[in-house]
Design a protein around this ligand. Structure first.
Ligand code: PEP
Length: 250
């Protein structure tokens, strides 16, 4: 069965609750699609108003982060249950900004993936190499290490329903997009790793996105690659251009 494409927006630390509601109204008709899954991953404080604002549309909502514990004395954190109860279905785990600025390592991210799955949240697991790693020629080794570590102990059926996003760090927010060949090479390698660790059916089912300066003008070429099932989009997800990304094939 063909994998459905995904256009996931990562709003990062942008949009107050009232701005978020306005953006949803502005994008509503532009992102309408019955063939692409559209997800807005939004700041925690925006989840409730955004869930309300997209009610009755094709848009699903995700969080940008979550904590590994169910509840308790973890000031400032939010739990999987809170995200679910607020009406979101997805959660980004392991974005390079969290890995870098908040020192989240693969052991911790593995715990997050497992907690999200245990609770019924769908993880969007991010991986990606630095420019230095790419220039040293260790990109594929690095990505394989991240994927294997972050998915340690996760079942094949859970992986089959997951989304993985390959986001070269040097392409995030820089305007520098990976070439189609670079993006396909790594997304293809991730799928091969999943096939080796699990089985071909799991590899054929997991959706693998490219992220890093995806724009209306490059989405079609990127999303047409055999192992690229859509995009995780930062900057352009906050603009009407996101509609062109969702409707890349029109
Ligand atoms: C991201 O934040 O995940 C991202 C890919 O950002 P941008 O599209 O702005 O490069």
């Amino acid at each position: 069965m063909a994998r459905r494409k995904v256009a996931a927006g990562n709003w990062k630390m942008n949009k107050t609750p009232s701005e978020a509601v306005k953006l949803c109204a502005e994008l509503k008709d532009l992102v309408a699609s019955d063939s692409v899954d559209v997800i807005y991953c939004v700041p925690a404080i925006d989840i409730v108003p955004v869930v309300d604002a997209v009610k009755g549309t094709n848009v699903k909502v995700g969080a940008e982060n979550m904590y590994i514990e169910d509840s308790g004395a973890y000031t400032g954190e939010i739990s999987a249950d809170m995200i679910l109860d607020a009406g979101a279905e997805y959660v980004i785990i392991g974005h390079s900004e969290r890995r870098e600025y908040f020192c989240e390592d693969d052991d911790f991210l593995n715990k997050k993936v497992k907690k999200a799955l245990e609770k019924g949240l769908k993880p969007i697991l991010c991986c990606g190499e630095t420019l230095e790693q790419r220039e040293k020629g260790v990109t594929l080794d690095w990505i394989n290490l991240q994927i294997k570590s972050d998915l340690q102990g996760v079942s094949a059926s859970d992986v089959a329903g997951m989304i993985i996003a390959y986001e070269p760090i040097w392409a995030i927010g820089t305007g520098k997009t990976a070439t189609t060949e670079q993006a396909q090479e790594v997304c293809g390698a991730i799928r091969k790793t999943i096939a080796a660790v699990y089985d071909q059916a799991t590899a054929d089912s997991v959706r693998i996105l490219y992220g890093g300066s995806v724009k209306g003008s490059n989405a079609k070429e990127l999303f047409s690659q055999p192992d690229i099932d859509g995009g995780l989009v930062g900057g352009a997800s906050l603009k009407p251009e996101f509609g062109d990304i969702v409707n890349y094939d029109k």
